[in-house]
Design a protein. Structure first.
Length: 302
């Protein structure tokens, strides 16, 4: 039996729900709709999981297929999207009735009975757009994320002479707001496809002061390009492993202010010790309840 819900604490059972207290309101209607439909969707055995995403254009539902989907499944998805006024996306697993996309992490969108490649975007605090996919990491809470970006901007006290490093930049969550307030931004991200999409969207929005760099932050080639940029301020937003290598190896003597955003207090603590050894002082630490109803937190330090 298919159910929509939460995993039971310390167990594998799924406890069914039709309402989530921390879900964005437009997605709440979609969640309730899924809860009402799943008992009739026998094809769900070919779906690994379902993602809900609130994009700039509205709600999106991503069906992550693990095998071939029949026409009945596609018809049911199309009806669901029309009924709940949301975008429906399905990843291609190479089934004969679906088009062959570039990879199994690319998604097709149901539109008037045809499959097209979707463009999904999120908005910054300035309502500039940056592109994402259903597979990308994004901050889960728009309201808290906006507060975090705003706090970062304020802490850096930017002016039109500043040159800012944005390391682990993703698709531009910090990059675009930074670029609106300083001379130049060097945005460095390890996933080349993310950088390609981000650069394309930034150019479409007339940003001409961002240099996008796709590369491994642990490589000497990237380190050289970072140092050649001659930044005087820096934003760090690494994954849980932290930014220890880049902080150990990179010459940051010209950096006057760093804002470090972390989702892991342990790696943040280790990295803060490195920065302290290089002459930096910790002036401020702020916790952000990004992940409501969990024990996880986002940490912002200056």
């Amino acid at each position: 039996q298919s159910k929509v819900g939460f995993r039971q604490l310390n167990g594998k059972n799924v406890l069914p729900i039709n309402q989530c207290e921390v879900c964005e309101p437009p997605l709440q209607k979609v969640l309730s709709g899924l809860s009402a439909c799943v008992s009739d969707w026998h094809w769900l055995k070919s779906i690994g999981h379902i993602s809900l995403l609130l994009t700039h254009a509205g709600g999106a539902v991503g069906f992550h297929a693990t095998g071939s989907l029949g026409q009945a499944a596609l018809n049911a998805m199309r009806v669901f999207g029309d009924t709940h006024q949301c975008m429906v996306l399905v990843n291609d697993k190479g089934a004969g009735h679906l088009p062959q996309w570039q990879s199994t992490q690319s998604y097709g969108q149901l539109s008037e009975g045809k499959w097209v490649t979707p463009e999904l975007c999120l908005a910054t605090i300035d309502d500039d757009l940056y592109p994402i996919t259903m597979e990308d990491f994004i901050q889960v809470n728009r309201t808290v994320n906006d507060q975090m970006v705003q706090a970062t901007i304020e802490a850096l006290t930017l002016d039109q002479d500043d040159r800012v490093l944005d390391l682990f930049s993703g698709a531009g969550n910090f990059t675009l707001p930074l670029a609106r307030r300083c001379s130049r931004v060097l945005a460095v991200e390890g996933v080349a496809k993310v950088v390609e999409r981000a650069s394309h969207y930034a150019k479409k929005q007339k940003f001409d002061n961002i240099k996008w760099l796709a590369g491994d932050l642990a490589s000497s080639d990237v380190l050289g390009k970072i140092e050649d940029f001659n930044a005087n301020k820096m934003v760090l937003d690494p994954a849980r492993a932290g930014a220890g290598f880049i902080l150990e190896q990179c010459d940051v003597s010209a950096i006057k202010t760093i804002v470090y955003v972390s989702c892991n207090p342990q790696s943040w603590l280790s990295d803060t010790k490195i920065l302290h050894s290089k002459g930096f002082q910790l002036n401020r630490v702020q916790l952000l309840d990004m992940f409501r109803a969990t024990h996880h937190t986002e940490l912002l330090s200056v």
